[in-house]
Design a protein around this ligand. Structure first.
Ligand SMILES: C[S@@+](CC[C@H](N)C(=O)[O-])C[C@H]1O[C@@H](n2cnc3c(N)ncnc32)[C@H](O)[C@@H]1O
Length: 173
């Protein structure tokens, strides 16, 4: 299902269904009385189709909340190079690339689950954001990280790398 093609009610219903199914899976695997462990995020691996559906529904919800905007940062000019760290299904990166054909968009993730980009200006790379970033001379005008709070052991390290790879005047969101 493409959540973008459904109304808000349908997206919410799908979201609730996916969340309920995942909660049931989690409880049957871990027992209903157990407190979630710090590695709870391991129960949301994006290689699972249900988790990919959840991410795409969440993306649709974010667009609704933001009046259809993919970016909130007050960008003054069209970014030349855009990076989406921990891109998940790649839905944000692909939509951004389609909306901004003059921007070069890279999406990175631990899991190579993204589709072959249908946009010529969008590339997906399998990469651990906690490893040293290897983008050569590229400096990004806009770096996007969304729903990554549970992802990294060292958030400060990831953000430091983002700052080091930012073009002067660029934005991290
Ligand atoms: C909750 S999802 C968010 C996906 C996407 N940013 C979005 O908004 O839809 C988190 C993603 O982070 C990826 N991830 C987790 N740790 C990572 C790491 N160290 N480096 C790169 N990606 C990572 C996971 O594979 C998963 O796809």
């Amino acid at each position: 299902m493409d959540p973008k093609c459904a109304g808000p009610g349908a997206a919410a219903d799908l979201g609730r269904g996916v969340a309920n199914e995942m909660a049931n899976d989690y409880l049957s695997a871990n027992g209903s009385g157990n407190k979630p462990t710090p590695s709870e995020s391991d129960n949301l691996p994006s290689v699972k189709p249900k988790e990919q559906d959840r991410l795409d529904v969440q993306h649709a919800g974010m667009l609704l909340l933001r009046g259809g905007k993919l970016v909130v940062a007050p960008l003054e000019k069209e970014p030349e190079n855009v990076l989406d760290v921990a891109t998940g299904t790649g839905i944000w990166a692909l939509e951004y690339a389609r909306e901004h054909p003059n921007s070069q968009v890279i999406g990175t993730d631990l899991s190579a689950i993204q589709p072959d980009p249908a946009a010529p200006n969008c590339t997906f790379i399998k990469d651990d954001a906690e490893d040293p970033w290897e983008f050569g001379d590229i400096r990004f005008d806009y770096i996007h990280l969304r729903f990554v709070v549970t992802c990294f052991d060292n958030h400060h390290g990831v953000l430091s790398q983002a700052f080091n790879h930012l073009e002067p005047g660029g934005w991290i969101e």
